[in-house]
Design a protein. Structure first.
Length: 140
């Protein structure tokens, strides 16, 4: 979204979030006054090998709002909205160190799965998982 003004970027984010909502995907919006500054899409995991996991499909925040805790609030709200899932999945582009650090800070870890993703150009996606409810240890 480089090269377009703040209001135009906000309109693009709102359009993307509305598309997800219309597709039946749960979507959270972050706003600053009347401007959409970020979103998170989430729901059941689409990966066949993790049929009982939840997934954050996308999380995005305008760069001018980085470092203010807004991304963490979006992610934590999405996680709280999926209490039935013991595991949560995210896919991150290989080399996106900022996103990787963000997810690692929330407890996500790589699980070794990767795939080629095509979002207007091919890139390798790496799967990260968060195990939220560790198995209880027996006290006996």
């Amino acid at each position: 979204m480089c090269g377009i003004g703040s209001r135009a970027r906000s309109d693009v984010l709102l359009s993307r979030a509305l598309d997800a909502f219309r597709a039946g995907i749960s979507t959270l919006l972050a706003k600053d006054a009347d401007e959409v500054i970020g979103f998170a899409d989430y729901g059941p995991c689409w990966d066949e090998d993790l049929p009982h996991a939840g997934e954050v499909y996308a999380i995005y925040l305008l760069s001018g709002y980085y470092g203010k805790g807004i991304g963490s609030r979006l992610m934590n709200t999405a996680l709280q909205a999926m209490p039935e899932h013991d595991e949560i999945v995210v896919w991150v582009f290989e080399g996106n160190e900022r996103a990787i650090r963000f997810y690692e800070g929330l407890g996500f870890r790589f699980d070794g799965k990767s795939q080629v993703l095509d979002f207007g150009g091919e890139a390798t996606g790496l799967r990260m998982r968060l195990r939220r409810y560790p198995e209880a240890k027996s006290l006996c």
